[in-house]
Design a protein around this ligand. Structure first.
Ligand code: FES
Length: 110
């Protein structure tokens, strides 16, 4: 089991349990997190963007180039950003903490 902790936009946390093979985007959506995942994992949107805890980031398989390209366009992206549709839980992850980025719509027009 992987303990997945979501840090909400307001700073509160929500914890769910995932199993190997679960996709982070699906877990987030099932938990009611506000990740749209518009393209359903095609790496053609960035509405599934999350910011991974710095320690956990290094334990994830690295992003492929298409994912990196998409993250360049994601609002509020940091060097620890990932697309949650490209993260699958595995046995090596006992816990995973990710932050929901600021609302993209609120960031436009600044
Ligand atoms: Fe579109 Fe992840 S759901 S890139």
């Amino acid at each position: 089991m992987t303990r997945v902790v979501f840090i909400e936009r307001d700073g509160s946390t929500r914890e769910v349990e995932g199993k190997p093979g679960d996709r982070l985007l699906d877990l987030a959506q099932n938990a009611g997190e506000p990740l749209e995942g518009t393209c359903e994992g095609q790496m053609a949107c960035s509405t599934c963007h999350v910011i991974v805890d710095a320690d956990d980031f290094d334990r994830l398989p690295p992003a492929v180039e298409e994912e990196e390209d998409m993250l360049d366009l994601a609002a509020g992206a940091t060097r620890y950003s990932r697309l949650s549709c490209q993260i699958w839980l595995s046995d090596v992850l006992d816990s995973l903490t990710v932050r929901i980025p600021p609302d993209a719509k609120n960031m436009q027009g600044r």
